[in-house]
Ligand binder design. Structure first.
Ligand SMILES: Cc1cc2nc3c(=O)[nH]c(=O)nc-3n(C[C@H](O)[C@H](O)[C@H](O)COP(=O)(O)O)c2cc1C
Length: 316
């Protein structure tokens, strides 16, 4: 049994109308539990106190070899934070978020306080966005549909930028260069065997080069590859990148675009540096994404299991 073999209320109703702040916060945490996370580790812990939530990295669910700086865990928590924000907004509540409230404790990622009911009725877009939280999933299937068009790409880029991050679309030759550099890194990284062992423990299978870019002209021919990046490389930037990932992914889901994060290039220092060169030094890479469409005949894969909500929240 892997650490994730726990089935739970994956399809929690994330849109329920909740008249009390406590009820709204509980729904927000349930929605946040559906966020994507690095190898489904769900490395978050929420504390509910009165009209507030605090979000912390959960030490028992960190990948010590694969993600020693906790950048991808923090990014995952950013996605959960964005899900919680969307859920609260859709339930008609205004909230203020303070990110990394105490720099001496970077594992305390955010403090979220409900300010009161939203002054205007909730708009249809916000309600739809909260509904999308329950539908979004990682799409690892071969891309059988047409390439995504400029209009869809624009909406995804806009969603990323609204959360203070940026998206760089890779040219095909840049994808090949990056894949080659990742393949070289796998052969030469000193911790590769321990890395593979940790991945196998969390994913419950032999991961191979799980999370790699494809080399050559395979079924990903119609894919668009992009680097999600930010202006600095600190926990605050990783948190914003996670919020941007969630915003982009929910937007992509609504426009029929499938998303697959590919974390191996970020996990390895040498490929992170190669990507920094690709970005011409203007930013720091946080995650590589494969974007694409699936033909109409394909059915959606099942949802990945989640921890029960009572295992990710402490109330006082
Ligand atoms: C930071 C981050 C990195 C990820 N890296 C990979 C990856 O390299 N390969 C992959 O197949 N999925 C990757 N995923 C997707 C997760 O495995 C997925 O979110 C998790 O299993 C939960 O499934 P769901 O997204 O379908 O809800 C990543 C997700 C996040 C947030």
């Amino acid at each position: 049994m892997t650490p994730n073999d726990v089935r739970t209320d994956v399809q929690a109703d994330v849109r329920a109308d909740t008249p009390t702040v406590t009820g709204a916060l509980a729904h927000a945490v349930a929605a946040a539990g559906l966020a994507p996370s690095i190898h489904n580790t769900q490395p978050w812990r929420w504390r509910m106190t009165g009209d507030s939530l605090d979000l912390d990295l959960e030490p028992s669910r960190l990948l010590r070899v694969v993600d020693p700086d906790t950048r991808l865990a923090t990014l995952s928590c950013g996605a959960a934070l964005h899900h919680a924000r969307v859920s609260l907004a859709a339930q008609g509540w205004r909230a203020t978020v303070t990110r990394i409230p105490d720099p001496a404790h970077p594992e305390h990622l955010a403090h979220l306080r409900v300010d009161g009911p939203a002054p205007a009725p909730v708009d249809a877009l916000t309600v739809r966005r909260a509904h999308t939280i329950g539908i979004r999933h990682t799409d690892r299937r071969p891309l059988t549909g047409p390439p995504i068009g400029p209009a869809e790409l624009d909406t995804i880029v806009t969603a990323v930028e609204a959360e203070g991050a940026s998206l760089h679309i890779l040219r095909p030759d840049q994808v090949t260069d990056l894949a080659t550099s990742a393949s070289h890194a796998h052969r030469t990284e000193p911790h590769e065997a321990r890395r593979q062992a940790e991945l196998a423990h969390w994913t419950g299978r032999d991961p191979g080069h799980y999370g790699d870019l494809p080399v050559g002209d395979g079924p990903d021919r119609s894919a668009t590859f992009a680097i999600l990046y930010g202006h600095a490389d600190q926990p605050l930037d990783w948190l914003h990148a996670g919020e941007a990932l969630s915003a982009a992914w929910l937007t992509a889901t609504e426009t029929g675009v499938g998303v697959l994060p590919l974390s191996a290039t970020i996990e390895m220092t040498s490929t992170r540096q190669a990507m920094r060169v690709l970005l011409s030094g203007v930013g720091y890479p946080h995650l590589v994404l494969r974007l694409g469409t699936i033909g109409p005949d394909d059915t959606d894969p099942p949802h990945a299991p989640r921890l029960p909500t009572d295992q990710i929240i402490d109330s006082s």
